[in-house]
Design a protein around this ligand. Structure first.
Ligand SMILES: [Zn+2]
Length: 399
């Protein structure tokens, strides 16, 4: 049977998409490699062991063996073997032998899957960027994911421009024009100034923060399945810690272990971030559970990035770590500011994954010290289902 048939059978028998079938087979191949395994070990990978096993077995990609315990001796024989090397009795004579069925994947399976995964990868990453993808893959053990709004949009949340636009309803026309102009330029903090100076209901930081918290709580799709977002794919990279500028709880909702949303004030020193087992989530711009921690105005923002702590933590960490920016767009002034203020001058190689980059845009990023990886996403909407799917392929191939 060919790999195509196997993929198709897994897809039909286990009712999953073909992409998921390839991912499942890859996981099996990476788990067992060239080693013997028992059928029940598949249970750690897929619940429906019987169907999965019979599909694999009928594919011809599995060799069958018998492990025979004969007194003190243990030997593994190919399935066709009839007699024990030690006592010369029939292997299946269970009065003298303890028998275990063992299996091994044929080498062809991993070879063919590697080729298939590379084809799939090439379908979402332009040739120009494959080299940088492999650089990223080589440094994956030192990567710290840095998440922007784009990773939260699939969970129902708004990006900054839309969140802000929803707040400008009570502005007079002239003020509204300035407000829109600033949003369109990516000057989100400037737009917030317009709100504060020209509305009654959103004239204080507190009002604005409350509004944002309510919006996030109302729109956030709690418990959304993993297929529809990339949060779990990012968690699966198993970094030492995570940084996000998002206020929402998506990372802590999907991760295990420490699920406290840390803000800068709650971090004692760089070592706390690097406490590997904890894999803490640092909400650099605050978290909605403590609205006070939320960075929303120019003053908040300047205070944060002038804070020596942020520089000393990052300096301490970035000697050995590399950032991977996901969910930011580089033409956004907001991101450029963050990057220029705190990350540009740190050592190390920092990567950014973006969709549909033009080579000229990529060159600008490289000049700014970033290593861009462009993913091909069909359609115009920036962080659509297609974006999630393409990013999923990239992130899974990093493992
Ligand atoms: Zn024997």
């Amino acid at each position: 049977m060919s790999l195509d048939n196997l993929i198709n059978n897994v897809h039909l028998n286990l009712s999953m998409s073909e992409e998921e079938a390839v991912a499942l087979l890859t996981k099996i191949s990476n788990t067992f490699k060239n080693n013997f395994f028992r059928k029940n070990q598949l249970k750690n990978i897929q619940d429906d062991v019987e169907i999965l096993f019979s599909t694999l077995k009928s594919s011809g990609y599995i060799d069958e063996y018998i492990q025979c315990d004969c007194g003190e001796e243990t030997e593994i024989y190919p399935l066709k073997t009839t007699h024990c090397d030690y006592c010369n009795q029939l292997l299946k004579n269970t009065f003298v032998h303890e028998i275990t069925d063992l299996f091994k994947l044929k080498n062809e399976l991993s070879q063919e899957l590697n080729l298939r995964n590379e084809e799939i990868l090439k379908s979402v990453i332009d040739d120009h960027f494959l080299g940088i993808f492999y650089e990223l893959k080589d440094t994956i053990d030192t990567i710290i994911p840095f998440l922007g709004a784009g990773t939260s949009l699939p969970l129902g949340l708004d990006n900054w421009p839309n969140l802000l636009r929803g707040m400008g309803g009570s502005l007079k026309q002239q003020d509204r024009d300035l407000f829109d102009k600033r949003i369109n330029k990516g000057d989100y903090l400037g737009a917030i100034d317009v709100l504060k100076n020209n509305t009654l209901n959103l004239s204080t930081d507190e009002d604005i923060k409350k509004h944002i918290v309510r919006q996030i709580e109302a729109k956030y799709k709690s418990g959304l399945a993993e297929n529809y977002h990339n949060i779990k794919d990012i968690i699966n990279l198993e970094p030492a810690f995570f940084i996000t500028t998002n206020y929402d709880s998506s990372l802590i909702d999907y991760k295990e272990g420490d699920t406290y949303p840390y803000t800068l004030d709650q971090i004692e020193d760089a070592h706390e971030l690097l406490n590997k087992g904890k894999q803490i989530v640092l909400h650099l711009h605050g978290h909605l559970r403590s609205p006070r921690s939320m960075i929303i105005t120019k003053e908040d923002y300047e205070k944060l990035y002038k804070d020596d702590r942020i520089k000393s933590y990052l300096n301490a960490i970035m000697g050995t770590k590399n950032l991977l920016f996901i969910g930011f767009s580089f033409d956004d002034e907001y991101f450029k500011d963050i990057y220029d203020n705190s990350f540009k001058n740190l050592g190390g190689q920092h990567f950014i994954i973006q969709n549909n980059l033009h080579p000229d845009e990529a060159r600008d990023m490289i000049k700014a010290g970033l290593r861009p990886i462009s993913i091909k996403v069909e359609g115009t909407s920036d962080f659509s289902d297609n974006y999630v799917k393409a990013l999923k392929i990239v992130l899974k191939n990093l493992l």
